[in-house]
Every structure is written in structure tokens, then in C-alpha cells.
Design a protein around this ligand. Structure first.
Ligand SMILES: Cc1ncc(COP(=O)(O)O)c(C=O)c1O
Length: 464
């Protein structure tokens, strides 16, 4: 294990080259994204990031409550992970031969299976959550000899064609069809419609997020996941959990499935798996499923991916789990997350637009609702008519500009603000989160300026 060096704090004034590169981004990568960030006043230049803090070139310190959509569970640039990656590069390892046994992959697979418990004992590595979901679709078909896959309403599983076929949202699908045939949506949280589908006998797998993050931090009703697992066993269907956002300690256990006492046949992990520094994803599964795909020398590499077992990603995964364990971050996330929700409930009680605060571990959603008083209702409806996500986006913008907090609304539920700081977030930082959200929510309720500023901004956005 490499020694942990103290990371120097970079001081980085903006250079001409950086400005040119930013312009090149607009020219050659995604001009619309740049425009959106500009409209929201969120197009700042980050000089460096550490723990839960993001430092901008013009001297601001922003508290990260997004964690790159649950990538930075151990905080940004954790010194141990950085040191391990530097050591891996320095040892000039056979990083990507594609012709050898990768020892680091063995170590990471063993560690993941040990931490996951349950029935999984094999791991397929890839580089993104979507790629993991594609793997699940192929392996489920190969193992069961059946074709169809069931997914839940509100789900987010990724934006490649197979993963997108397991998401019902017209927004994400529009203009990218046709989708994969044989996929079926069921309401999240209900067992009866699921059982009806499973009885058709053509279903290979049910793919669910244990807690639906982008749907609005939707928790499974009591007994739901156990019920799904039971039905899957009854009808000989694979039970698959997508833990891309919920895994790696985010929800107070190594995996959210452990919260609910279920043992899936396959588990998809990604995002926080490699400390936010190297792309890495993993599909954990039973021996039997694995053997259905890799069953003979002829098929030894029948499903593979160039960067999958690269030694940097594997080293990042191993050192990230070391950090989670060594610093007891999962337990910390569980305790501090519960405390955060309690404090938010107290701070936001009595505000008519706050509907519910819910979550597990360090994954919290604040759900808003339409106001009941007439004046606020008129402004709110005007917002909604312009864009369903406008209210939430203005909230995000205000938190960013006025309180130096980076947060986001959920991708499939614009009325839920997601609060997901790194598990390392300090008590003082939690104080700042609670006070800031309270202040902004108070502004929404107490002054008309929130609505008028926002309407002006919306008009500007439409005009650009
Ligand atoms: C639950 C879930 N599954 C899958 C994905 C897709 O992962 P990726 O963006 O790495 O392809 C995401 C991405 O946000 C996700 O939240």
C-alpha cells in the first residue's frame, strides 16, 4: 500500500489556455450545455476539489451536495486513492494487455463479493452503469433462454439503447427509438401487476433500483423488494438490482439491497465504485449465470469490453473500498444522513410547498408541491407552463449563487431536490446545508422576488 502524501492545494489563476479551452468546449463539445450553465449562472471555473468542497478560480468555495450524481461518496480526490493511483502508474503495470490474468481484477472481484454477501460470487467488469445494465440484459437472456425484461415506472438505468429500453420516460426516449422489443413497465412498489406479467412465462429478469434515485428518492414500500424476490423465485425469473447510485455505502449499507434483506441474482454497480477518479463498473452475479455465458473455450471472451479490467480502475475500486471501511464512512453516512433529514424536517416544517423529506443514508430528497395560496399559485403555474423543471432549477440556481451549494433536482421528478453530499461531509457543512436550504425555501414562501426574478430569467432563457 502506498504512503498517503499530503495533497498540495493548487493555486491556479485562470490562464489564457484555459479560457481558450473553455471556448473550444463550446465549439467542439456541447454548446447547449454551456448555454444552460450560463443561463443558470452556474458556469464557473473549478480550480480544484477536495473532500466535499469545490474551489473556483475566482475564490469561491462551493459545498458539493450532488457528488457527481453519487460518484464522490468518499469525497473528491481522496489522498489515499490518489496515492494508490500514482503508485499504480509508477509501477508501470501491464495496465491493459487484454491477454493476461489481471490480479487486481481478482482482488477487487473478491472484495466486492465479500462486501455484497448473498449469492453473488462472480463479477463482470465494465466502465459505466449503462454498460452494466446492457450486460444484465444479455446475461439474463443467455441464462434463462427467455427474452423479456421487466422494469419499473420512474426508473433510470442509463442512456444506451438497451438501458434506455428499461426506462419508460418519453423525455429520455424521444427520437431515439425504436427501443428494444420485449420490455415491460410495472408500477414501482406494486406486486400484483408484476405477478401478472411474470405469469406470462416469457420474462427473463426483473430489473429495479432498490431506491429509485432519479424518480425522486422513492423508497420501496415495506416488503416490496422481498415480495419481488419471492415472485421471481416462484416464476423462475432473475431478480436484478441496479445499485449504480445506491451502492458503495450511499444509502447506509454497502448495498441498499442489504437494507431490505434481499439477495439479488445480479447487482449492477458503478459511479462511486472507483472513488470518482477512473471509470469503473461491475456486475455481480451468481456462478450459474456467469457460466451460462462463459461456458466453453469458444466463448471465453464472448462478452467483453476494452477498458473493463484496466489496472487503474481496479486499483481505484480497491482503494475506494479500503477508504469506506477504514474511515467507517458507511456507518457515518447512515448516522449523519438520518440526522440531516431530521434537521431538515424541523427547519422546513410549516412551509406549504414542502411536501416530504425522505431518504436513506446520505441520499435525501426534499419533495416540493404546488402552493395553495392564490398569489403564489399563479406564479407557480406560470413557471410550470414555461417548463416543468423550472421551479426546481431556480431553486438549484439560488442555492448555488447565494449559498455556494451545488445540488440538483431529480432527473425524472423535477419537484424533488436531491441532497447527496459525500459521506465525509462535516458537521459544520451539514449546518450550512440545513440553514441554506431553509433560507432559500423561506424566500420562495415569503417574497415575490423569487418568482419575479425567476420569470425574468425564464424569459431570457427562451430568448437566447
Ligand atoms: C440507477 C442508475 N443506473 C444506471 C445509470 C447509468 O450509469 P452511467 O451514466 O454510468 O452509464 C445511472 C446514471 O445516473 C443511474 O443513476
Amino acid at each position: 500500500m502506498a504512503a498517503i502524501p499530503a495533497l498540495e492545494t493548487p493555486t491556479q489563476p485562470t490562464t489564457i489556455t484555459q479560457l481558450q479551452d473553455a471556448q473550444s468546449y463550446a465549439q467542439h463539445v456541447n454548446p447547449i450545455w454551456v448555454r444552460l450553465l450560463d443561463v443558470l449562472g452556474m458556469n464557473v471555473q473549478y480550480s480544484h476539489c477536495s473532500g466535499a468542497e469545490l474551489f473556483t478560480a475566482d475564490g469561491r468555495t462551493i459545498l458539493d451536495c450532488l457528488s457527481g450524481y453519487c460518484v464522490h461518496n468518499v469525497g473528491h480526490n481522496h489522498p489515499h486513492i490518489v496515492a494508490e493511483l500514482v503508485a499504480e502508474l509508477q509501477r508501470q503495470s501491464p495496465a491493459m494487455l487484454q491477454s493476461n490474468v489481471v490480479e487486481e481484477a481478482g482482488a477487487l472481484a473478491r472484495t466486492l463479493c465479500d462486501h455484497a454477501g448473498g449469492k453473488v460470487s462472480k463479477v463482470f467488469f465494465c466502465s459505466s452503469g449503462s454498460e452494466g445494465v446492457e450486460t444484465v440484459i444479455k446475461f439474463a437472456r443467455a441464462h434463462t433462454g427467455k427474452t423479456d425484461i421487466v422494469y419499473a415506472s420512474g426508473a433510470f438505468h442509463g442512456l444506451t439503447c438497451g438501458a434506455l429500453s428499461l426506462m419508460g420516460s418519453d423525455f429520455w426516449r424521444e427520437s431515439f427509438g425504436p427501443m428494444l422489443a420485449g420490455t415491460h413497465e410495472v408500477p414501482f412498489g406494486e406486486l400484483k401487476p408484476l405477478e401478472k406479467l411474470l405469469a406470462s412465462r416469457k420474462i427473463a429478469a426483473v430489473v429495479l433500483e432498490p431506491i429509485q434515485a432519479e424518480a425522486g428518492i422513492v423508497l420501496p414500500p415495506p416488503g416490496y423488494l422481498e415480495g419481488v424476490q419471492k415472485l421471481c423465485r416462484q416464476y423462475n425469473v432473475l431478480f436484478v438490482l441496479d445499485e449504480v447510485q445506491t451502492g458503495m455505502g450511499r444509502t447506509g449499507r454497502f448495498l441498499a439491497s442489504q437494507r431490505y434483506g434481499v439477495e439479488p441474482d445480479m447487482i449492477v454497480m458503478a459511479k462511486a465504485l472507483s472513488g470518482g477518479l477512473v471509470p469503473c463498473a461491475a456486475v455481480l452475479m451468481t456462478d450459474a449465470i456467469y457460466n451460462s455465458v462463459f461456458h466453453s473455450l469458444r466463448r471465453a471472451f464472448i462478452h467483453t469490453s476494452t477498458f473493463s479490467e484496466n489496472s487503474l480502475a481496479m486499483r481505484a475500486g480497491l482503494s475506494t473500498i479500503e477508504v469506506l471501511d477504514r474511515e467507517h464512512l458507511i456507518e457515518r453516512g447512515e448516522a449523519k444522513g438520518m440526522e440531516l433529514r431530521e434537521r431538515l424536517r424541523t427547519a422546513l416544517s410549516g412551509f406549504q410547498m414542502v411536501k416530504e423529506i425522505r431518504g436513506e443514508g446520505m441520499l435525501t430528497g426534499i419533495e416540493f408541491q404546488a402552493p395553495t395560496t392564490l398569489a403564489a399559485r399563479v406564479s407557480y403555474e406560470a413557471f410550470k407552463a414555461i417548463h416543468a423543471g423550472l421551479f426546481g432549477q431556480i431553486l438549484v440556481m439560488r442555492l448555488f449563487k447565494e449559498k455556494n451549494i451545488l445540488a440538483q433536482i431529480c432527473g425524472n421528478n423535477f419537484m424533488v431536490l436531491k441532497v447527496a453530499p459525500p459521506l465525509t461531509v462535516s458537521d459544520t457543512q451539514l449546518d450550512h446545508i440545513v440553514e441554506s436550504i431553509r433560507d432559500v425555501v423561506e424566500t420562495i414562501h415569503a417574497s415575490t422576488s423569487f418568482w419575479t426574478d425567476a420569470l425574468q430569467l425564464a424569459r431570457r432563457a427562451m430568448a437566447t
